[in-house]
Design a protein around this ligand. Sequence first.
Ligand code: ZN
Length: 339
Amino acid sequence: MLDSTIAGSLPKPAWLAAPRTLWAPWRLEGDALEEGKRDAVRLAVRDQEEAGIDIVTDGEQTRRHFVWGFVERLDGVDFSKMVTIGIRADRYKADVPTVTGPLRRRGSIHGDDVRFLRGATRRRIKFTIPGPMTIADTIKDAYYGSRAKLGLALAGLINEEGRELAALGVDVIQLDEPAFNVYMDEVRDWGIEALDQAVQGLTCRTAVHICYGYGIKANTDWKKTLGGEWRQYERTFPLLARSRIGGVSLECANSRVPIALIRLLGDKDVLVGAIDVASDRAETPQEVAAVIREAMKHVKPSQIFPCTNCGMVPLDRELARAKLHALGAGAALVRRELG
Ligand code: ZN
C-alpha cells in the first residue's frame, strides 16, 4: 500500500549531458556514450533504491528528451528536416523533426533499455513512453494531414512497443501526456481513443501522466495565467475513468488543482504528485505525508501511489536526490500510521 514511484526522469550526471538543461546534447560519443548511459541508469536506480522508492524507473537517462527517445527510432521521421514550431499551444518553441511518410518502428525501441533496467534492480520497474497526443504535438507533420490521424498511427506503434516491453517484465508502462492539459477538446475527440489503443491488450499495469510541465520558466509563467483553481483535470478525469488506462499521474504538490477532483477517477490508480519539481527546496517527509493524507480523504489508500509532480531532469542533481528521499520517507510515514 502507498507504493512510491517517480514521474519518470531524473537529472543526468554532468559527465553525460549538460546539467539543468532540457534537450541537453550528449557529452560523450560512440561506445563511450552507450557505456555512460548505462552507468547513469545504475546510479539513477541506486538513488531511488536508497531513497526507498518502491517502483523505480531508469531516470530516462538514455534519452536526450522524453519525446525523442521514441521518435528517433521510427521510419517516416526525418531528422534532417528540423523546423522550429510552437508546442503546447505555443507555450514554448522547439526544434522538431518532420514526419515525411508512414510511421513504422524500425524494430524494438526500448527493449534493450528495459532488459538492462530489469537486470539492474530487484524492485518493480516502470517504463515511460510519450503519449500519442504529446508526440503529435512535438513533431512537424507533413504526411498525415491531421493530428488525430497522426496520433492514432502513433498509438498503434506505442501499443506494439508496449506489448514487447510488458513481455520483458515491465511492471508498469506509463504514457506521458502533458498535452492532455492543453488541448481539452482534442482529448475528448481523439486523445482518449488513442490512449485506449495504445494500452490495448497490455499485460502489465498502465498509467498516464498528465501534468503542468517541467519546472521551467515558460511553464511557471503559464501556470500564473490559469487562475486560482486549476480545473483542467475536471474535464479529462471522467473520460479517463471510463477508459482502459489503469491509472493517472497528476500534479498535487504546490499546485492549485483541487485535490477532490481525483474522485472523478473512480477506482483507477492515482499517482499523487507530492513533490514539486519547480521549487529549489526539498520537501520534508511531513509535507509529503500531508499531501498523501489529503488524497486519502477522496480515494482509498490502496489506489494511491505517492509520486513526483513531473520529471526532475532539469533539476540540480543533489536537490533531486533530496526530494527522492523526502518522497520515500513521507510515504513510509503514512504507511506506518495506517499500520
Ligand atoms: Zn510531467
